[in-house]
Ligand binder design. Structure first.
Ligand SMILES: [Zn+2]
Length: 206
């Protein structure tokens, strides 16, 4: 079984992908993480990609495909793909080589995503993550673990998040439309608890 999970930042897709990966024994392929792993392990692909990043250049799609193919070749029992494809060209590449069974779209209104993301805080010392909505520290502004100060990442402020979400919608609108045409698209309301969302996904997959 090969799945795609998608949704705007803050929709909880990383958490759901991990749960699905475990329950159905699928490889969770996150393209961003696969890039970082190749770079950290200094693979041939990783070193070539790093050269582009170091020069501040955009990594060509051929490398994205290389990383994707490599990750998929290691997925013996199928995969759940996260963060790919971002545009119709990437989708064409994927569909020419692989069969996709279902696409799960975690649907969350932008204003809720912005509220969730701008509530993120993170310890300056030990880097532990908090969220002022559902994972608050015991004492306001202070890390439970090390007593460090909690701060907001610069790119988690409302204006930056809103711009990022807008870019995501522009990029993925056509991809989502294509999934709909192909009859692959299943939409889940992401404004629910982790468990409720997961139960809905299980019903879709099973
Ligand atoms: Zn800390």
């Amino acid at each position: 079984m090969n799945l795609i999970i998608m949704g705007i930042q803050g929709c909880g897709k990383g958490t759901q992908a991990a749960l699905i990966s475990e329950k159905y024994d699928l490889d969770h392929i996150n393209i961003g993480n696969a890039f970082r792993k190749n770079i950290a392990q200094k693979t041939k692909l990783g070193q070539e990609v790093k050269a582009y990043i170091d020069k501040g250049e955009l990594v060509p799609d051929s490398y994205v495909y290389g990383i994707l193919d490599d990750a998929i070749s290691q997925a013996e029992n199928g995969f759940i793909l996260d963060g790919f494809p971002r545009n119709l060209e990437q989708l064409d590449y994927l569909l020419q080589k692989y069969t996709i069974d279902k696409v799960i779209l975690l649907d969350l209104p932008d204003e809720i995503a912005i509220r969730r993301i701008s509530a993120r805080r993170n310890c300056v010392k030990c880097k532990k993550d908090y969220n002022l909505i559902y994972n608050k520290p015991k004492v306001e502004g202070i890390c439970d673990v090390c007593g460090g100060r909690l701060v907001q990442r610069e790119d988690d402020n409302e204006a930056t998040v809103a711009r990022r979400l807008q870019k995501f919608h522009q990029e993925t609108a056509k991809v989502i439309e294509k999934y709909r045409e192909l009859g692959l698209l299943y939409t889940v309301d992401a404004d629910q608890t982790v468990d409720e969302i997961f139960q809905e996904i299980v019903k879709i997959i099973s």
